[in-house]
Design a protein around this ligand. Structure first.
Ligand code: BGC
Length: 793
C-alpha cells in the first residue's frame, strides 16, 4: 500500500495537499478528483450514526450510550453493536463514525460521563477494542476520542490538565493504546491541553501515539480544536470542521514561507490516503456492510439495553408476576431520556417509552407525580399541522432577506440545519405550524435558538429577542439554547398559527443553525399532581417510579453541579415507598445520581440512557423475560460529599491538576476507605451464584462458576490484582481481566481468565516494569465481593 500512496502523493501539488488536510464540510473530509479520491462524509458518533446532517427525514438507530454499553461487560455484544453501527454508517453514506468516547469517569460530575465507558482503564480499553474492531471489520472507520484527558467539560477548550506520565500511561492513555492495538484507523484529538500544550499540537501525538504504538491512521481534530496555523507542524492530520480557517489558505502561505515544513503536510496526506484506501474512498467501493432489517436492529438494541440494566438492589419483588397491577409514576416514564445530549444525539425513527413498553405487558396506570423541568419540549407532531401541506408537521422556509429560497415540510419541532445546502444560502429560517390544543388551559408557546428570534401567533408578533452566543460553550449553546415563551389560554381543540423566525448568529466559527418550536402543555398544580401519584401508588400492587436527569443537567458542554435528581423526584420516591412496600425505582440517568431512599425501596434498577427501545427492554427486565445483565462500570456514591475525586473546575490559571494521580474511581474509593452505595462491578441479575476452585497456572486462572438459583443467568467473573508490601504507590487492587459465562440453573461451568502481562506492570521513568515478588489475585463479582484469592509469583 505504501508504494501506491507514495505514487499518489507525488501527483499532488501543495494546494491539493493543503486542501486535503483542511476538511471540506462540517462533517466531510476533502476528496481529490485528479487521483480518484472521493470526498469522505463522517458522522457522530458513539451511540448511533446521525449521518452528515441532523435531519429527522433520515432517522438513525439510537443505541445505548457509553455507560450502558460498558455495563454489559460484553465484548461479543459490542461486536454485534459494531456491525449495526457499520450498517448504519453505510446506509448514511459515511466513511467514519466519531466514536467510541473513551475518556475516563474521573469525576461523576463530568458532563459527558454518560458517553464514556467507565472509570476503569481496562474495562474501557476492552470495550473500545471490541467496538473498534467490529466497526472496522466492515470497512467503516471508528474514531476513538478525545485524545487525551478530556474527562470533564468545564472550560474544555482551554483547560490544561496537569498529569504525570505514570498517571497518563496507566489510566488515560491506556484505552487509546488498546484501541490502537485493535487497529483504529482514526483518532480524534481533544480540545484541552495536557501539561501546557493544546492537544492538537501536543507531543503526545508523536509519542506514544504515532511512534511507540505505531498508529498509522489519521488524527482528526475535535471540531474547532485546531488553534494555530504554525501548529500544523505537529501531529494533527485533519482540521475540522472544514475548510478550517486557520489551515487552508493561511497554511498554504505558511508552508510556502517555510514556517511549516512541507514534509509535515506530506506525512498527513500519506495518512489520509492510507485511510481512504482502508475505507474504500480511493478508486474503490466501500466493503458491503452487514444487512440489518429494522426489526433486527430493534431486537439488538432492545437486547443490549436489557443486558446493560444494573439491578442494584432487589428484595425479591422483581421479576414481577404476570398481570401485576402497576402504578407507573415519574415524568421520565412518559418522556424518558433515550440518549445523552450533545454531539452524541441522533434522531431515532421510533422510540418506546417505559409507559408504552410496560403498558404492552401489564395493567398499568400512569401519572407523572412530578414536573421534572420547566423546560418546554419541541412541539409534538400530534399537535401541529403544516399549513402548506395540511399534514402533521411544520413548514420550514429558507429566507434570503424577504425572498423565499426554498420551503420544506418537516416532521420535528427541533431542527438542526448544519450542512444543509439550503441553510448555507439563507440568512434566516422560518418555521410555521398550526398548533392544536389537546387540552384546555394555559399553554406556553415559544422558541429556542441563537441569533435574532421572532415569534408570531396568528400573524401578530408577540415576542422578539436577540440571543447572543457569548460566554458559554458553543456546542451547548447550539444544541441546548435558551428558551423564551409567551403564555396563551387555549380551549380544548383550539388552533393557533405559530410562526418562528431565526436569523442565526455565529458561535466560535459555527453558524448557530438550530431552531426549535417549543411548547409546554397545561399541567396540574405541583401539589395536586404529587398527591395523585402517591394515591395511585397506594392502591396498586406495585409502584414503579421512573426517575432521571434532564438535558439541562446532564449533557455535553458543561459539567454537573451536583448529583441530585432534579425536581421533587427524591421526595416522590420517599412518599411512594411509604405507602407501597413494593416500590421499584428505575433510574434513567447516564451517570451516578444520589439515591437517598435506596435502602427503603424494594428494588433499584439502573437503566442509563438505553437507546430507542427503552420501554420494551424495561418491560422485558421487570417481567423477567430478560435478565438485567449489567454490572456497574463506575462506582455509585451514597452522597456527593463522599466522592474522593470530584472537582472538574480548572484553577484561575486554567490548570486542572490530576493530583490524585492513579487513584480514580474504585481505586480512590478503596484508598479513602469510604463505602459507596454500590461498588464497581456490582449487579445482581435474577439468579444466585457460587464461585469456587480457583486454580492458577502461569497467567491463566480457572474458576468453577455454579448457578445456584432457579433460572439461567450470565455472570461476569472479575479478576483483580493487589500487591501487598509494594515499594510502589499502587491502588489497593485493580481490575486485571474479566470474562463472562452463561450457566443453566443448578449447573456449573469453568471460567478461564487470561491475565495480561500489562496487569502486572507499572510505569516507571524507564518504561513499563514489573516489581519482582508476589501479587495476589482476587476473583469475584465486584471490586468488593472477591471470595477467592491466590498468589501469583
Ligand atoms: C465533540 C466531539 C464531536 C464533534 C463533532 C465536538 O464538540 O467534542 O465529540 O465528535 O463535536 O460533532
Amino acid at each position: 500500500m505504501n508504494e501506491v500512496i507514495g505514487d499518489l502523493l507525488a501527483k499532488l501539488d501543495l494546494e491539493a495537499k493543503v486542501r486535503l488536510v483542511s476538511g471540506s464540510g462540517v462533517f466531510r473530509f476533502a476528496g481529490e478528483e485528479s487521483i480518484g479520491l472521493a470526498e469522505m462524509p463522517v458522522s457522530d458518533g458513539p451511540s448511533g450514526v446521525r449521518g452528515e446532517l441532523w435531519d429527522e427525514r433520515d432517522p438513525s438507530v439510537s443505541l445505548p450510550s457509553g455507560t450502558a454499553l460498558a455495563a454489559t461487560w460484553d465484548r461479543e455484544l459490542l461486536g454485534e453493536i459494531g456491525g449495526l453501527i457499520a450498517a448504519e454508517a453505510r446506509r448514511k453514506n459515511v466513511y467514519a463514525v466519531l466514536g467510541p468516547t473513551i475518556n475516563l469517569h474521573r469525576s461523576p460530575l463530568g458532563g459527558r460521563h454518560f458517553e464514556c465507558f467507565s472509570e476503569d482503564p481496562v474495562l474501557t480499553g476492552e470495550m473500545a477494542a471490541a467496538y473498534v474492531s467490529a466497526v472496522q471489520a466492515h470497512g467503516v472507520s471508528a474514531c476513538p476520542k478525545h485524545y487525551v484527558a478530556n474527562d470533564s467539560e468545564t472550560e474544555r477548550f482551554t483547560a490544561d490538565v496537569i498529569a504525570d506520565e505514570r498517571t497518563l500511561r496507566e489510566l488515560y492513555l491506556y484505552p487509546f493504546e488498546r484501541a490502537v492495538g485493535a487497529g483504529a484507523w482514526m483518532i480524534m484529538d481533544a480540545y484541552n491541553s495536557v501539561n501546557g500544550v493544546t492537544m492538537t499540537e501536543n507531543p503526545l501525538l508523536a509519542e506514544p501515539l504515532k511512534g511507540e504504538w505505531g498508529f498509522d491512521g489519521v488524527v482528526v481534530s475535535d471540531w474547532t480544536a485546531v488553534r494555530s496555523t504554525a501548529g500544523a507542524a505537529a501531529g494533527t492530520d485533519i482540521a475540522m470542521p472544514g475548510p478550517w480557517e486557520l489551515w487552508g489558505a493561511p497554511l498554504l502561505a505558511a508552508v510556502r514561507a517555510g514556517e511549516v515544513p512541507e514534509a509535515a503536510i506530506d506525512e498527513k496526506v500519506r495518512r489520509i490516503l492510507r485511510f481512504a484506501v482502508r475505507v474504500g474512498a480511493l478508486n474503490g467501493t466501500p466493503t458491503a456492510p452487514p444487512a440489518f432489517t429494522d426489526e433486527a436492529a430493534q431486537r439488538l438494541v432492545r437486547e443490549a439495553a436489557a443486558k446493560a440494566m444494573v439491578l442494584a438492589r432487589n428484595d425479591g419483588t422483581l421479576p414481577l408476576g404476570p398481570s401485576t397491577r402497576v402504578a407507573l409514576l415519574g415524568a421520565a416514564a412518559a418522556e424518558p431520556r433515550f440518549m445523552g445530549g450533545g454531539s452524541a444525539t441522533v434522531i431515532p425513527g421510533h422510540t418506546t417509552a417505559p409507559l408504552e413498553g410496560l403498558s404492552a405487558v401489564l395493567p398499568v396506570e400512569y401519572t407523572p407525580g412530578v414536573h421534572l423541568s420547566d423546560h418546554l419540549i419541541p412541539v409534538p407532531l400530534t399537535l401541529v399541522t403544516d399549513p402548506e401541506t395540511g399534514t402533521p408537521g411544520l413548514s420550514l422556509r429558507y429566507l434570503d432577506g424577504d425572498r423565499v429560497l426554498e420551503t420544506e415540510h418537516r416532521a420535528a419541532g427541533n431542527l438542526m440545519l448544519f450542512g444543509n445546502p439550503n441553510a448555507v444560502r439563507a440568512d434566516a429560517f422560518e418555521l410555521t405550524g398550526r398548533l392544536r390544543a389537546d387540552m384546555a388551559g394555559e399553554w406556553r408557546i415559544g422558541f429556542a435558538g441563537v441569533g435574532e428570534l421572532r415569534l408570531a401567533i396568528d400573524g401578530e408578533t408577540v415576542l422578539t429577542e436577540t440571543v447572543l452566543p457569548e460566554g458559554s460553550d458553543p456546542v451547548e449553546l447550539l444544541l441546548n439554547p435558551p428558551q423564551r415563551f409567551v403564555t396563551r389560554e387555549l380551549a380544548d381543540g383550539q388552533e393557533v398559527e405559530v410562526r418562528i423566525r431565526l436569523a442565526p448568529a455565529t458561535a466560535q466559527g459555527l453558524p448557530a443553525m438550530g431552531i426549535t418550536y417549543a411548547v409546554g402543555r397545561p399541567r396540574r398544580a405541583a401539589d395536586e399532581e404529587f398527591a395523585a401519584a402517591v394515591e395511585l401508588a397506594r392502591t396498586r400492587e406495585v409502584a414503579v417510579v421512573v426517575v432521571g436527569t434532564t438535558e439541562q443537567i446532564e449533557s455535553e458542554g458543561f459539567d454537573r453541579k451536583n448529583l441530585e435528581l432534579p425536581g421533587r423526584q427524591n421526595e416522590l420516591v420517599a412518599a411512594v415507598a411509604a405507602v407501597n412496600p413494593r416500590t421499584i425505582v428505575v433510574v434513567n440517568s447516564g451517570a451516578p445520581v444520589e439515591m437517598p431512599w435506596r435502602d427503603d425501596v424494594a428494588a433499584v434498577l439502573l437503566t442509563w440512557f438505553p437507546g430507542q427501545e427503552f420501554g420494551a427492554a424495561l418491560a422485558d427486565v421487570l417481567t423477567g423475560a430478560a435478565e438485567p445483565g449489567g454490572r456497574l462500570p463506575t462506582t455509585w456514591p451514597k452522597a456527593m460529599a463522599d466522592v474522593p475525586v470530584l472537582d472538574t473546575k480548572p484553577a484561575a490559571d486554567n490548570t486542572l491538576p490530576y493530583t490524585e494521580g492513579i487513584h480514580i474511581g474504585y481505586r480512590a474509593w478503596l484508598k479513602s476507605g469510604v463505602a459507596p452505595a454500590y461498588p464497581f462491578g456490582h449487579g445482581l441479575g435474577y439468579t444466585t451464584w457460587e464461585l469456587s476452585d480457583l486454580a492458577v497456572s502461569g497467567r491463566t486462572a480457572t474458576v468453577t462458576v455454579r448457578n445456584t438459583g432457579d433460572r439461567p443467568g450470565r455472570q461476569v467473573v472479575q479478576a483483580y490484582l493487589s500487591r501487598p508490601d509494594s515499594a510502589v504507590d499502587r491502588p489497593v487492587r485493580w481490575l486485571a481481566a474479566f470474562t463472562a459465562l452463561i450457566v443453566a440453573p443448578g449447573e456449573s461451568a469453568t471460567a478461564t481468565i487470561e491475565l495480561p502481562a500489562r496487569a502486572f506492570e507499572n510505569w516507571t521513568e524507564t518504561g513499563w516494569s514489573v516489581e519482582p515478588g508476589t501479587f495476589t489475585l482476587h476473583i469475584g463479582t465486584s471490586v468488593e465481593d472477591l471470595p477467592l484469592t491466590a498468589d501469583i509469583a
